[in-house]
Design a binder for this molecule. Structure first.
Ligand SMILES: Cc1cc2nc3c(=O)[nH]c(=O)nc-3n(C[C@H](O)[C@H](O)[C@H](O)COP(=O)(O)OP(=O)(O)OC[C@H]3O[C@@H](n4cnc5c(N)ncnc54)[C@H](O)[C@@H]3O)c2cc1C
Length: 269
């Protein structure tokens, strides 16, 4: 098996443990993230894990790439701590305010600048936006095959992979020539714990930071300028929870619960 150049796209997302502190800015129609720690989107950690396993089995190089504000370097340091070889941050005002297509255009400009790439791995969907559109868009823009919902990757030979893609009632097995883009689900692997020497490795490594000009990308295809969609309105959902404690023996509680679920229209009967 020849050694592969693997690129993993990782999205910086607000740590879900602090989501109660998130709010919407009604003017800019974006999330207010100040003071909320940023982490690697969970499925992107599965994508990193898979890339590391392929490198361990066949050799090669794993590069992570992210598009985000300058403090995303902290998230990329977490990827170094897991054991990736290199990292790139695309950071520039011109990339800001991107919808999914403009995000994919930005990422593709960085992937192209990296040179020859055999495999692009992504999360099947991000923790926050969760559209699942970026993976297939990246593949389309790179003009390479795209497979989503991937929970298993095997190599048929040096230039062909066989991926298992989850569908509603089972799975499909798909073969594709390299280079290709694969969007992975959490069932693909168990993400390793950060190794003891990972933090040390991370302090020794630096992240390359590239601007839109350095990526030679058409400014009309990235950021808010390159976004064909826009957000006309955002609203905070008012959660109205009514806590009620049912008392009595288990059979009485179960009867009360069924009556309450029926009267709330949750179950029929
Ligand atoms: C008009 C508009 C304006 C927006 N403005 C902003 C804004 O100002 N600020 C903001 O934070 N969001 C903004 N968003 C949201 C932004 O478009 C999405 O966060 C982004 O396009 C990715 O979409 P997603 O999260 O659904 O990705 P998905 O398609 O669900 O992600 C799949 C995978 O793609 C990869 N990926 C996705 N995004 C990135 C990334 N940035 N870097 C590396 N890999 C990535 C990851 O591997 C991820 O697991 C805006 C959206 C719209 C429509």
């Amino acid at each position: 098996m020849r050694e592969l150049n693997i690129v993993v796209c990782i999205k910086p997302v607000p740590d879900s443990r602090y989501w109660d502190r998130l709010s919407l800015d009604p003017r800019t129609k974006t999330l207010r993230r100040e003071g909320i720690p940023t982490v690697i989107s969970p499925l992107d950690k599965n994508a990193i894990e898979e890339a590391l396993r392929i490198r361990e089995a066949h050799g090669g190089k794993v590069t992570v790439i992210s598009m985000g504000p300058p403090n995303t370097t902290e998230v990329l340091a977490m990827a170094y701590a897991l054991g990736v070889d290199d990292s790139v941050l695309l950071t520039d005002r011109a990339f800001a305010g991107a919808d999914t297509l403009a995000t994919a255009c930005g990422l593709v400009s960085g992937i192209r600048k990296l040179g020859k790439v055999d495999l692009v791995l992504l999360g099947d969907q991000s923790l926050d936006g969760s559209t699942g559109q970026v993976g297939p868009q990246v593949a389309e823009l790179l003009d390479i095959p795209s497979i989503t919902h991937v929970d298993k990757i095997d190599f048929v030979d040096d230039d062909t992979i066989r991926a298992r893609s989850r569908i509603e009632l089972g799975y499909m097995v798909i073969e594709a020539r390299l280079p290709c883009a694969l969007a992975v689900v959490k069932e693909i692997n168990q993400v390793r714990l950060t190794p003891v020497d990972g933090a040390l490795w991370a302090t020794e490594k630096t992240t390359k930071q590239w601007t839109a000009t350095e990526c030679a990308v058409d400014a009309n295809t990235i950021g808010s300028k390159g976004s064909p969609t826009y957000v006309p309105e955002v609203a905070n959902i008012q959660m109205q929870r009514k806590a009620e404690v049912l008392k009595g023996d288990p059979a009485t509680i179960a009867r009360q619960l069924i009556e309450k679920l029926k009267s709330a229209g949750v179950i029929e009967g």
